[in-house]
Design a protein around this ligand. Structure first.
Ligand SMILES: Nc1ncnc2c1ncn2[C@@H]1O[C@H](COP(=O)(O)OP(=O)(O)O)[C@@H](O)[C@H]1O
Ligand SMILES: [Mg+2]
Length: 277
């Protein structure tokens, strides 16, 4: 995605945002509430057509005008509200709208067998696939929603805040699941504001702030302090104070430039922002 813009009336949700994900890579998309994370993935998912910018898939420019377009390209999304049917069982939820049939009848056995195969492959713990999803735990419901997204063998899987409502053990289960997705070769976009989760599974971290790119990091060599500084704009915290002290020292002594912990905003075109840092 390049130069993506999106506004809702007077609200500029996204301004000139760049974003990409590769096969077998987990990219965390982080940012404060209202930073534009959900809007960006909804552009990718075909929910919101962008006002400007281009999207390339496998090197070709594509138009993603509807969720069906995204699905055809192999982009699957697990939205924050999961959108499961509580009264239906796990199998019915997985195959809803794509039911397997045999001689005009629902192929319940085939669907159940493939549901178990998929859950096993994901090392997912679901007690039964024939109980209504209403009776599952939060982590299990998330698992069902993720498994459902895999039915069409997508290339990219987008997860919007998959661990936000989960406890510690359930979170660990979902993080395991994300690693399985990477192993299967999917490109994974993980929206999260939990830095521990991000550090645990992401390969790369992309920060949005106020609808713009505000830094991109290798998860292996970034600290959560740095990420939080990028997320908040670091106007007033110890990290930014240290950085500005360092900068003052650098200005006094131009040769010494190493050791600054705050990276510059992604592409250095954010006039007026980060005034205190
Ligand atoms: N459908 C919509 N209509 C109007 N404003 C919206 C809509 N969706 C998002 N916004 C606004 O766009 C901004 C970015 O929102 P969002 O992408 O949901 O942020 P995040 O997911 O990072 O919390 C917010 O100011 C939000 O209020
Ligand atoms: Mg959101």
């Amino acid at each position: 995605m390049r130069g993506i813009e999106k506004h809702f009336g007077a609200v500029k949700a996204l301004t000139d945002v760049d974003f990409w994900v590769s096969e077998g890579e987990v990219v965390a998309l982080v940012g404060d509430n209202g930073a534009g994370k959900s809007t960006l993935v909804k552009v990718l998912a075909g929910v919101h057509p962008p006002d400007a910018g281009t999207i390339e898939f496998d090197g070709e420019t594509v138009q993603i005008g509807s969720p069906a377009d995204a699905q055809d390209l192999g982009i699957a999304t697990v939205f924050q509200d999961l959108a499961l049917c509580d009264n239906l069982d796990v199998v019915a939820n997985l195959w809803l709208g794509r039911e397997l049939t045999q001689e005009g009848q629902l192929d319940e056995v085939g669907m159940e067998r493939r549901t178990w195969a998929l859950l096993r492959e994901l090392a997912a713990k679901v007690p039964s696939v024939r109980i209504p999803v209403a009776s599952l735990s939060g982590g299990q419901r998330q698992t069902v929603a993720i498994a459902r997204s895999l039915i069409g063998e997508p290339r990219i899987v987008i997860l919007d805040e998959p661990t936000a409502a989960l406890g510690v053990a359930q979170t660990a289960e979902v993080l395991n699941l994300i690693e399985r997705l990477r192993e299967r070769g999917h490109g994974v976009v993980l929206i999260s504001h939990n830095m521990a989760d991000v550090m645990a599974v992401a390969d790369r971290v992309v920060v949005l702030r106020l609808g713009r790119n505000n830094g991109e990091y290798n998860a292996a060599d970034v600290t959560s302090e740095t990420l939080i500084a990028a997320i908040t704009g670091a106007i007033d915290n110890s990290v930014s104070r240290r950085a500005s002290e360092q900068r003052r020292a650098d200005e006094a002594q131009p040769a010494a430039t190493e050791g600054t912990v705050i990276p510059l905003p992604a592409r250095g075109r954010r006039p007026g922002d980060g005034g205190g840092s």
